[in-house]
Design a protein around this ligand. Structure first.
Ligand code: NDP
Length: 288
């Protein structure tokens, strides 16, 4: 009894809607597995309450929090500093609250792309690779910046809306060492020869639209290409099934989610938590 305390360290997530976000389940399972007295609280926070939620987290001594839709850009005005990739991406999914003398200091990180790169590394180092990304939204932008910072030679953005695609390609070209270019999404997209990594970073295939598949000519994909999908529900998308049938190594969206959570946990606790515990929790949630 003498060593027992009754005040856990707090972390969590601010978003709306929060109900379908499984991150709380994997964080709490991994905290418990590591016998860390930390909690993760999934909070429903509408846009007009974001400032109060941030103030509340500071007031209650939280170690940090995740921001999901729609707060990833809006949260920036409440922070003191941005990490390099968050600055380039222009969005924050993780906030770390430090408490030096003189008052709390909030730093914004973007670990979406870092989680992707961590899940990619065991099967393909992005350094020196030509990377093709389908999509130009938040996930695509984070993956593009992080694979570029990890040493990719070129990042080709393929997107339905040309302006958004061109914008991300220009960002890569201007702010990272990689060459960025935009490729219009023509029907039955021909994947350029020499592509080392192909990623679906659109929401195509997400439940309840799991029958939909990005419009790609799978015959044009080199079997040596690593093919990844960011969609987590279902983890085994039609896109990945078609790529596997072509002989490609595939990566599902759960790997990105787990690795992102591991990085967040390290930022908040200084500890490496168990990826196996997180993955198992997700597989249970998705009935795998
Ligand atoms: P955004 O809304 O920011 O971007 C969506 C992207 O998908 C845009 O490029 C959009 O194109 C494209 N798109 C959507 N529908 C279609 C369609 N029918 N045909 C062609 N293009 C389409 O979303 P996010 O980037 O935030 O999220 C994208 C996906 O990534 C989601 O499924 C999300 O759940 C997943 N995700 C997974 C993570 C993980 O850890 N595994 C982490 C973060 C996100 P356009 O610009 O033309 O509208």
């Amino acid at each position: 009894m003498a060593d027992r305390t009754f005040c856990a360290e707090l972390t969590g997530s601010f978003s709306t809607s929060a109900a379908q976000n499984p991150t709380v389940a994997i964080m709490e399972a991994a905290f418990a597995d590591a016998a860390l007295d930390f909690r993760y609280i999934n909070c429903e926070v509408p846009p007009e309450s974001l400032a109060d939620a941030v103030r509340g987290a500071i007031a209650m001594g939280w170690r940090g929090f995740n921001c999901s839709i729609p707060h990833k850009v809006a949260v920036i005005e409440h922070l003191d500093a941005l990490a390099q990739s968050a600055e380039i991406i222009g969005a924050v999914n993780t906030v770390v609250i430090d408490r030096p003398e003189g008052g709390p200091r909030l730093t914004g990180e973007n670990t979406d792309g870092q989680g992707f790169v961590a899940s990619l590394l065991p099967v393909r180092d992005p350094a020196g690779q030509h990377v093709v990304i389908l999509g130009a939204g938040g996930a695509a932008r984070a993956i593009a910046v992080e694979t570029a910072l990890a040493g990719a030679l070129s990042i080709t953005i393929v997107n339905r809306t040309p302006e958004r695609g061109q914008m991300v390609a220009d960002l890569i070209d201007a702010q990272t060492p990689a060459a960025g270019r935009y490729l219009p999404w023509t029907p039955q997209l021909h994947v350029p020869h020499g592509t080392g990594v192909l990623i679906n970073a659109t929401s195509i295939g997400f439940h309840p639209n799991e029958a939909e598949t990005p419009d790609v000519d799978f015959e044009s994909i080199d079997p040596g290409t690593v093919v990844a999908d960011v969609v987590v529900n279902p983890p085994e998308t039609n896109f990945l099934k078609a790529a596997a049938a072509r002989g490609c190594t595939t990566l599902d969206g759960l790997g990105m989610l787990v690795n992102q959570a591991l990085i967040n946990a390290r930022l908040w606790t200084g500890r490496d938590l168990s990826s196996a515990v997180m993955r198992r929790e997700l597989e249970e949630i998705f009935g795998l």
